[in-house]
Design a protein around this ligand. Structure first.
Ligand code: PGA
Ligand code: ZN
Length: 426
């Protein structure tokens, strides 16, 4: 069955900014819709988002990206089979012709690639996760859910970007959501009782009205207890330090705590937090340019906790292999729009798995109602899923989709649970 038409349009993301949507229509009338998400704390090696610049919508419009889809991508793909994801993605990469996808835009490419994937699943009359699983037994992912949003998502009110929880005691995806809901609510009540409640950050986490980074961690533990759970047992903490946002060249400026740390100093601080708080996962503990620091931190902590590479690995199979050679990180954050196509995203995930790294499929801070990542995390058996907080429907749509997949027939083979965390068997 062949692709009959490809439509590109500008839609609006969860921050009210322009983004790219692509609709692929097959000859049998089935369709696929792909939407590009957008990050705020981006790695420098990510596929480049093509934005128009100039005055309009603060330079963020995507008319050039849409034109590229209409004039170059659509003519190249019409008549091809949507089921040939690898061939189509290779054609997209070839058409763009740049190493960082800056000519046609990573946003144009990922929206097209995801639309083709959805169209192929629709053509096969299968839910996307099942189409991706190809008959293999796969599990619903362990969710990482943000409770406080900081860093670039909250006007840098605190340095650390994501204060998250993982319901390690849950035995199903639905139960993980129940437990998370109680902790999220308890955290809001604590903030309200202190007169510190001030709405939410970009991914729906409570606005981080704290005077020290540690205060956010203390409040998170308090919220877990207030919700009736045992910290570290029922519900544990996951952090995304997003250190590339406040550190370069081995110098880290913690604005909130008004101090500057070197690589050793930041490692030491984080290792202290690992002693004091029930943390099971820590993402981008050092900046993307601090490879020696990431290796040292993984050596010091990687036997006990999950060390996740986001900005440093940018969903690149090649970078994952290089990191494994050095012993940096033990888990890969997988973001389709960092890679730019579905096939390259899957290659990064496969490389991670081959090398014994855990994987987390992740949304971006700028999202849409698209729930594809839940299907990718499940169908690819990634083990873990990171979507942002427990508020705002661009986030809840994804959590709710996980609940749907778990309760429908056919359902995935089970729920990954805490066993999905690196290091394996910890
Ligand atoms: P971003 O944040 O989407 O703004 O890059 C998410 C993350 O850092 O994991
Ligand atoms: Zn991150």
């Amino acid at each position: 069955m062949t692709i009959q038409s490809i439509l590109a349009r500008r839609i609006w993301d969860s921050r009210g900014r322009p983004t790219v949507e692509v609709e692929v229509v097959n000859a049998d009338g089935t369709r696929g819709l792909g939407m590009a998400p957008a990050g705020a704390s981006r790695g420098t090696r990510e596929a480049v988002e093509l934005r128009d610049g100039g005055q309009r919508f603060r330079g963020l419009d995507v008319q050039q990206a849409l034109r590229g889809i209409e004039r170059e991508i659509a003519p190249a793909l019409i008549g091809r089979d949507a089921a040939d994801q690898a061939g189509i993605d290779a054609a997209l990469v070839g058409l763009d012709g740049t190493p960082n996808k800056s000519r046609l835009g990573g946003n144009a490419l990922i929206a097209t690639s995801l639309a083709v994937l959805h169209a192929a699943a629709a053509q096969a009359r299968q839910p996307l996760w099942q189409y991706l699983a190809q008959g293999q037994p796969v599990q619903l992912p362990l969710p990482q859910v943000q409770v406080f949003g900081g860093g670039a998502h909250a006007g840098r009110r605190v340095d650390i970007q994501d204060f998250m929880v993982i319901a390690t005691g849950a035995r199903s995806f639905a139960q993980a959501m129940e437990m998370t809901a109680e902790v999220y609510r308890a955290a809001g009540e604590i903030m309200a009782s202190r007169g510190a409640l001030a709405g939410v950050a970009d991914e729906g986490g409570w606005w981080p009205n704290f005077s020290r980074n540690e205060e956010a961690l203390d409040t998170l533990v308090h919220a877990i207890v207030k919700a009736g759970y045992i910290p570290g047992d029922d519900v544990a903490i996951a952090l995304d330090i997003a250190a590339s946002e406040f550190g370069h060249g081995g110098r880290y400026r913690l604005g909130l705590d008004q101090e500057e740390l070197d690589t050793d100093g930041l490692c030491e601080r984080l290792l202290q937090w690992l002693e004091r708080y029930p943390i099971v996962s820590i993402e981008d503990p050092l900046a993307e340019d601090d490879e020696a620091g990431l290796v040292a931190f993984t050596r010091a902590a990687g036997q006990r906790v999950q060390v996740v590479g986001d900005d440093y690995l940018v969903t690149s199979a090649q970078r994952v292999r290089a990191a494994a050679g050095l012993g940096a990180c033990n888990c890969v954050l997988v973001k389709p729009n960092q890679a730019g196509t579905v096939t390259e995203t899957k290659a990064a995930l496969d490389a991670a798995r081959e090398l014994g790294y855990a994987t987390i499929v992740s949304a971006r801070s700028g999202e849409t109602e698209d729930v594809a990542i839940v299907h990718l995390a499940t169908g690819w058996n990634a083990g873990q899923l990171k979507v942002g907080s427990f508020a705002r429907s661009e986030r809840m749509a994804k959590w709710n989709e996980g609940i749907r997949l778990e309760s429908r027939t056919p359902a995935p083979a089970g729920y990954a649970g805490r066993a999905a965390l690196a290091p394996v068997g910890a």
